[in-house]
Design a protein around this ligand. Structure first.
Ligand SMILES: [Zn+2]
Length: 123
């Protein structure tokens, strides 16, 4: 499975547009970007040993922790194209996995942790 960067970006946008409206309304100062592979710093943050294991990463200050929030860089959600392609043999599976990963990382933006996401089926 190998998509062009543009096609992959398109899938990420579709995943975002497919989210419930009140979900999107609550997002604040948060960029969603795509990248081929995670770099070593991102791998550390994602606590993944292998670059194939990190599909997405949330970096920022969750909404629940913004007590003194002013003049800071936007939160960033990164979707890693190559690892996603590597585990998804078909485009349909990439679409589904991008959808899950986008929702998972946005949930982190909302302050929901991985444990709770497992319970919600978004681990
Ligand atoms: Zn997570």
């Amino acid at each position: 499975m190998h998509l062009s960067r543009e096609a992959f970006r398109g899938l990420v946008l579709e995943a975002l547009e497919g989210l419930p409206e009140d979900f999107l309304d609550r997002m604040d100062n948060c960029d969603v970007v795509t990248q081929d592979w995670p770099d070593s710093h991102q791998l550390d943050l994602g606590s993944s040993g292998s670059r194939y294991d990190l599909l997405g990463l949330y970096e920022g200050i969750p909404l629940t922790e913004r007590d003194f929030y002013d003049l800071v860089l936007p939160d960033k959600i990164t979707l890693f194209q190559r690892p996603l392609e590597a585990i998804c043999p078909t485009k349909e599976e990439v679409v589904e996995q991008v959808r899950i990963t986008v929702a998972h990382e946005i949930a982190h933006h909302f302050g929901i942790d991985d444990e709770r996401l497992e319970e919600l089926g978004l681990g």
